[in-house]
Write a new protein. Structure first.
Length: 342
């Protein structure tokens, strides 16, 4: 196939930077890589495959022609620029929340629903799901495919990097200030200071008392797994971890569940690392994840009080599994399906 022209909007953010690193070592043939961000970052240099690329200001570029446009700069930028890139022939892979629930836009996790990308989507846009949903859906897929689920209840423990570079900075600076005995700057990216704290809110809380992240989890999981009636509810919590989201997931099945069958199903799942023996193998924690390209599943146990109930502890790198790697795998799937680069 021919080499591709690729644009990354939001190249200076945490997702954009991770995507550049993954693209660099991927088999994707790149003719021209265009790095775009706000005017504040114009002129910054980034090394890519032995070349130096200069970051350009998105609103100052004239021509938008590119084969793939990865958008990693938030919903407002995506709403304005995704249709413009698509109108110039690009396939847009959007990391934001802007188009995920649009019925014409496929919401893709390549390990779960690759067939939805067998043809070019009508708007020219493919949506990358929310980070919390991707790791959950990937751990659930083998179980909900083989066994009848009654309901799923989970709590998330989400890292500061989930709100981008400024979230990481706020946690670091706030922690330093607190250790030095000062209150530090007021919270900006979080509702209250995150350092030495946990916050039971991720995203705006609506009139029904449900936070945006909790809405996204159920809507997106239903779309990706093609289970429109899936009963799923969550409490999403921000924790003072720099990177890596964790989830305590309780699945209630329609019938008693067999632990050995669960182990077998999870062990066979591509990209899922199962810690089957809790005593010998321990469990993953977000700070010490060994393979950040995998979804890590541990503490797998049947509820002693209810033989239909199963607990899982699910950990993944939100920047990689939950964003940049999934976006890159979408591009590779589209290339393999000849949706791009014909
Ligand atoms: N962080 C995660 O775990 C995660 C997971 C899944 C999806 N996402 C999504 O990925 C996207 C990026 O998130 P992030 O965490 O990487 O955020 P981030 O670290 O704050 O980076 C934001 C990027 O967007 C650029 N940007 C902001 N306003 C812009 C504008 N008006 N025009 C052009 N570029 C602009 C910034 O450029 P400057 O540096 O020049 O300001 C920066 O490169 C968001 O849509 C987010 O919802 C994030």
């Amino acid at each position: 196939m021919r080499s591709l022209n690729i644009s990354i909007v939001g190249a200076t953010g945490v997702v954009g930077a991770k995507l550049i690193k993954l693209l660099e070592v991927s088999p994707v043939p790149v003719n021209r890589l265009r790095l775009l961000a706000s005017r504040n970052s114009a002129g910054r240099q980034v090394r890519f495959r032995d070349e130096i690329c200069f970051v350009e200001a998105l609103d100052e570029i004239g021509d938008l022609e590119t084969d793939i446009a990865f958008l990693c700069a938030g919903s407002a930028v995506s709403l304005e620029w995704a249709p413009r890139f698509a109108a110039q022939g690009a396939m847009v892979i959007d990391n934001s929340n802007a188009f995920r629930m649009d019925p014409d836009v496929p919401l893709v996790v390549p390990q779960i629903n690759p067939s939805v990308l067998s043809h070019r989507p009508r708007p020219g846009i493919v949506a990358n799901p929310n980070c919390t949903t991707i790791q959950l859906a990937r751990a659930l897929r083998p179980l909900v495919t083989a066994l009848d689920v009654h309901q799923i209840i989970l709590a998330t423990y989400q890292a500061a990097s989930g709100v981008g570079l400024m979230g990481i900075d706020e946690l670091r600076n706030g922690t330093r200030a607190a250790l030095e005995g000062s209150s530090g700057p007021p919270a900006a990216r979080f509702p209250v200071p995150l350092q030495f704290n946990v916050i039971p809110q991720v995203g705006e809380i609506d009139l029904e008392g449900v936070a945006l992240e909790e809405r996204k989890l159920v809507q997106e999981a239903r779309k990706i797994l093609a289970m429109p009636d899936l009963r799923l509810t969550s409490t999403c919590v921000r924790v003072p971890v720099e990177n890596g989201h964790s989830e305590a997931v309780y699945i209630e099945f329609e019938k008693p569940v067999c632990l050995q069958q669960v182990h077998e199903l999870l062990a066979q799942e591509e990209g899922v690392r199962l810690y089957a023996d809790g005593i010998r193998e321990g469990y993953p924690t977000p700070r010490f994840l060994t393979n950040p390209a995998d979804v890590h599943v541990a503490r797998v146990r049947v509820n002693p009080e209810n033989p239909r109930g199963l607990w899982l502890w699910v950990v993944a790198d939100n920047l990689q599994v939950g964003a940049a790697l999934n976006a890159l795998l979408i591009a590779q799937l589209a290339i393999a399906n000849r949706v791009i680069g014909k």
